[in-house]
Design a protein around this ligand. Structure first.
Ligand code: JCZ
Length: 224
């Protein structure tokens, strides 16, 4: 998969991607991530990327010209152009899986109060929100989005930590988990997990996942 990210704050996006699993995924060629500074797509002396909204109101908007120039330079026939915005459809595990099957993502990070509406009209294929809260900067949302998508690419996670048993891939939250020692500061690991009875262990894990989901996220149990 190839990913091009358009932002005014490349370093905010790059930090998280240069660590650990995502770094290895790039080094081993499973994904190519390129970050572009939108200011590099301006032509005026002061490299202006924002302007006041028509009709007034607080804050500034991103001008359309640098975004159009960047997207038209970078996109191809098969590209999916994504805009990070709190107005987008919420990102879910299912949606992350769909994006992970695209050959090329071009991600526009909003900044300031947002982008000129003509960017949405003419360039954007999908608007993505990472949740119902507001960030200062679209590059943070893009980093979360890219992480959720790239970890689903074949070969990115080892067998040990495969995405198959994530919370959500089963539609349930994961239940409680324990490692050694069997007793720590007077707190015991549940007896059944030490029993060696594989069937009983599997039943216990399934039951505790259902129970935790029912307590914390009953919405996940409702069929749609
Ligand atoms: C640009 N602030 C772009 C996205 N889900 C979500 N929350 N907040 C955002 C977001 C916030 C932004 C910009 C300036 C996206």
């Amino acid at each position: 998969m190839e990913i091009d990210v358009l932002t005014l704050f490349p370093r905010i996006f790059e930090g998280p991607l240069d660590e650990s699993i995502l770094k290895r995924a790039q080094k081993s060629g499973l994904v190519a991530v390129r970050v572009h500074n939108l200011r590099d797509f301006t032509h005026d002396k002061h490299r202006v990327v924002d302007d006041k909204p028509y009709g007034g109101g607080p804050g500034m908007l991103m001008k359309p010209e640098p975004i159009f120039e960047a997207v038209e330079t970078i996109r191809r026939e098969e590209s999916c152009v994504v805009l990070m915005t709190p107005q987008g459809a919420p990102l879910t595990q299912e949606r992350a899986q769909e994006f992970s099957r695209k050959p090329h993502l071009v991600i526009i990070c909003g900044h300031y109060e947002g982008v000129d509406e003509r960017v949405r009209e003419a360039l954007v294929d999908e608007e993505v929100s990472i949740g119902d809260y507001v960030l200062t900067n679209g590059a943070l949302a893009a980093a979360v989005f890219v992480d959720a998508v790239v970890r689903l690419l074949p070969g990115v996670l080892g067998d040990e930590q495969s995405a198959g048993d994530d919370s959500f891939s089963s539609g349930l939250l994961e239940g409680p988990q324990y490692t050694r020692p069997p007793e720590f500061r007077g707190m015991q690991v549940p007896e059944v997990l030490l029993s060696g009875n594989h069937e009983a262990v599997a039943r216990w894990l399934a039951k505790s996942a259902r129970q935790r989901t029912k307590e914390r996220r009953p919405d996940l149990l409702k069929e749609d």
